[in-house]
Design a protein around this ligand. Structure first.
Ligand SMILES: [Fe+2]
Length: 282
């Protein structure tokens, strides 16, 4: 909860939404709704991304990308840990989580963060916060990330040294509007940044203008309900970049549809963990 132990208006609105679209209908269905939701698999999605501006020293880098666990009623810890096990089996070089670790309460997030750190990717595990991570207590979640060994990037960047080469990863906190995203991206990215982590895919527009080769995002959940085989035809109608790979010049964006959900329904939009292979030429 917030420092004053009084829930914020945003927290209360999110909780009301959860009751209206998830907990309430589940109660009416005598638990069948959540059970059906939990019966749905979390897929492994393999993605190849090529950008001429990707650093050739890191050609073939394998990035484990997870997002939007929404740990809570719709994502029990064991389901989240199962998704992380899928990534463990792929032995990624680096793991990134693009926010919404929790749905409402931050309590209970530590084992999930520890599991992400314990994947043991040689280049480490990086995290940025999503809008849901700020509803309860972002600073408590930050402390958990710190103690788990996950590197949290809050409007910051870091350099990863590997075999004499440097990979620069930047990450921004939740930013709602394109204008807010622009201001944060301009503050933390420059033409030396290789990867930007941003919960909100809106950051891609500025990231591409700055020349960041790869932006990784979540947030949209791909709308959770989509038309089959029609890219972009989904319930995330308020978003321009909703799912998959996008290009602007030499820059690329991947938006994952996420591991979790905020309402217990996914149609033609299965939950996923992503394994991205980044290269500088095809
Ligand atoms: Fe989310």
């Amino acid at each position: 909860m917030s420092k004053t132990n009084r829930p914020s208006g945003k927290f209360l609105r999110a909780k009301a939404r959860h009751v209206l679209f998830a907990a309430g209908p589940n109660k009416l269905s005598r638990g069948r709704l959540f059970k059906k939701h939990f019966d749905q698999s979390i897929d492994l999605k393999k993605v190849e991304i090529t950008s001429p501006s990707w650093p050739s020293a890191f050609d073939g880098l394998r990035i484990g990308h997870v997002s939007d666990f929404h740990l809570g009623d719709l994502m029990p810890l064991d389901r989240a840990l199962g998704a992380i096990d899928t990534l463990v089996s792929q032995e990624p070089d680096i793991v990134v989580c693009t926010g919404d670790v929790v749905d409402l309460h931050v309590n209970g997030a530590l084992p999930l963060l520890e599991a992400l750190a314990n994947i043991g990717a040689p280049l480490g595990t990086m995290l940025v916060l999503g809008n849901h991570d700020e509803l309860d207590c972002a600073s408590a979640l930050s402390l958990m990330a710190q103690s788990s060994g996950v590197r949290l990037l809050r409007d910051a960047s870091c350099q990863i040294h590997h075999n004499g080469n440097v990979l620069t990863v930047a990450g921004i906190d939740w930013a709602k509007t394109s204008k807010q995203c622009k201001s944060k991206v301009e503050k933390v990215c420059d033409d030396q940044t290789h990867i930007l982590l941003s919960h909100n895919p809106k950051a891609f527009t500025t990231a591409s203008e700055v020349g960041v080769p790869l932006t990784l995002s979540g947030h949209t959940h791909g709308g959770q309900v989509a038309m089959p085989n029609r890219r972009g035809a989904n319930l995330a109608v308020a978003h321009r970049y909703t799912a998959g790979v996008y290009e602007r010049g030499d820059s690329r964006l991947f938006v994952t549809v996420g591991v979790g959900a905020w309402f217990p329904l996914r149609i033609n939009c299965p939950a996923e963990v992503a394994l991205i292979t980044a290269t500088s030429s095809s």
